[in-house]
Design a protein around this ligand. Structure first.
Ligand SMILES: Nc1ncnc2c1ncn2[C@@H]1O[C@H](COP(=O)(O)OP(=O)(O)OP(=O)(O)O)[C@@H](O)[C@H]1O
Length: 279
């Protein structure tokens, strides 16, 4: 099966400020691929270039050299408008659910925006909004509420709903749980996995958290100063006591997110009641 994402010889450099600004390379000849429905984790110390690679894939920073093929199309050579069109295929979930949602618009407006840009009709949009909320276990009345009325985990679920609105093939998850408490982290990861099983999405999972990698990703690339120094199955990298990164690993059993569990239960009961009433 052909890869959803193929990165070859990727180089990224940032320009320093000022009139004598020079180019500082931070990603050096990175290669990796992600298959349909697969999760690949990108781990490495702070500053090793993980987010820069994610941002290059999302078109937020330019590639200095190399290819980034998404769904068979090299996005590094695309025009801006063609690149914007790729938003249907590749989406992102970022670390901070407090900052990534516009606080001035309702959840309904947030989720409707990509659908409006994609030209969906009003009836299609309202049906899709309800479908999205069901997928992330939020009640339909969430549509009229503002981000400030939700917990961090619930906001991250809104961000996930927005990311899946247009059926993307790939989601770049850049530290999607690191701003959340431990209980909520496991809930968000289990939701991402559930969506992967249902919708076949691929994830590039950028993280420091090896326990999460072990739980969530089949393969992992270890990045050091902008270079991939190791690629392997996550159990090989995470369970190897000799590996320098395993020192960080806390053997954390997945912990259920109590809020997500309660909401799932309530929604299930409500659906059962509706079913009983209509039969
Ligand atoms: N906008 C920018 N302008 C200039 N340099 C940058 C910029 N963003 C990142 N860098 C530099 O690029 C290098 C890689 O940063 P990046 O954020 O990709 O690393 P990271 O592995 O994601 O780190 P962290 O885990 O802390 O998020 C670092 O040296 C960083 O200082």
């Amino acid at each position: 099966m052909s890869a959803v994402l193929q990165v070859e010889g990727l180089e990224v450099a940032y320009r320093t400020r000022g009139v004598r600004g020079r180019s500082v390379p931070v990603v050096h000849g990175v290669d990796f691929a992600i298959a349909p429905g697969e999760t690949l984790a990108l781990v490495g110390e702070s500053g090793s270039g993980k987010s820069t690679i994610g941002n290059a894939i999302l078109g937020l920073v330019p590639a200095a050299a190399g290819r980034i093929e998404i769904d068979g199309r090299d996005v590094t050579t695309m025009s801006r408008s063609a690149r914007r069109g790729m938003a249907r295929t590749v989406q992102a979930v970022f670390q901070n659910p407090y900052g990534s949602l516009n606080p001035w618009i309702t959840v309904g407006q947030t989720l409707a925006e990509p659908l409006r840009i994609a030209g969906r009709s009003r009836p299609e949009t309202s049906e899709r909004l309800r479908w999205l909320l069901d997928r992330v276990y939020l009640p339909h009345d969430a549509l009229d509420r503002y981000p400030s009325e939700f917990s961090g985990g619930q906001r991250q679920r809104v961000a996930i709903a927005r990311a899946i609105a247009l059926d993307p093939k790939l989601i770049v998850c850049d530290e999607p749980t690191s701003a959340l408490d431990v209980l909520t982290q496991a809930g968000v990861l289990s939701l991402l996995r559930e969506l992967q099983d249902e919708l076949g999405i691929s994830y590039l999972f950028i993280t420091h958290d090896l326990a999460a990698v072990r739980e969530f990703a089949a393969r992992v690339c270890v990045l050091e100063r902008g270079r991939i120094v190791e690629t392997g199955r996550s159990e090989e990298v995470c369970d190897n006591p000799q590996h320098p990164y395993t020192r960080e690993l806390v053997a954390a059993a997945p912990v259920p997110d109590p809020v997500l569990q309660r909401e799932r239960r309530e929604l299930r009961l409500a659906a059962e009641r509706r079913g009983a009433a209509s039969s």
